[in-house]
Design a protein. Sequence first.
Length: 335
Amino acid sequence: MAVSPYVQAMQELFRANTRSREFPAHGAKVHSVAWSCCGRRLASGSFDKTASVFLLEKDRLGRSPGSGRAWCGAVKENNYRGHGDSVDQLCWHPSNPDLFVTASGDKTIRIWDVRTTKCIATVNTKGENINICWSPDGQTIAVGNKDDVVTFIDAKTHRSKAEEQFKFEVNEISWNNDNNMFFLTNGNGCINILRQVYPELKPIQSINAHPSNCICIKFDPMGKYFATGSADALVSLWDVDELVCVRCFSRLDWPVRTLSFSHDGKMLASASEDHFIDIAEVETGEKLWEVQCESPTFTVAWHPKRPLLAFACDDKDGKYDSSREAGTVKLFGLP
């Protein structure tokens, strides 16, 4: 089968930028990475109870050591302290590039403003928080905890709009792009879809997506697809309108922990305990590239405007190099 011009172009791009760049970010394992909506900043959350923000300097290019190739300049702008436990997940406001929110095991979420480098709100929750997302309209923050309770918080008043206790293991949570339905993946391999009529959440549909634990979910920026990753090591691609699975990606051997669509919706990155990140063309499932890693990868995020992938690995695995500094954030792709 002939390789499409798009596949050929992206493979050539990645071949010319095979090195990942590492940036010291934390004193312990990085749990989450996320880009601001404008792509100028990258945030990371860590087991060391802090969040870090890097500034991507698009006009400042360095040279990759030994290769002479250009690479993006990224400098650590600030470290955000205040949580009393691990920062397990974070996300940015969907349209305000200055605000991001962190979810922590200390039973709080915190909203931060990069202009003042301060926490502008601390919201107490009922459990140890492990996942968080911001609604596309910017009005609501949803946070899930270890007890499978999802709380919906008004982003302006910082008060709870609704709270739902689920009778199954809740993994990742997300609104659809239209902001009218709420999706969550669960331990039974299902995707649950809810409609928000605050203070109630009305179940719409439950889809049997995988034979085992359905771990993560991501929507493509174009609004055409969403993808799920499972303990069966499969990534499933779903048609948003029809709610049917149109394709599976099966190159990983371990449970799929993290997913991210590229800015144009044409590429899907997926990662696990395999020592590589799989980058696939969405429409064909064809492999575009493998980003080699020395240890498991639990968070990936494509830049919102260019083919630049941020990710973080479990660098604390002593069998590689016990003296290696843990808590690094990595970038791969176009400078």
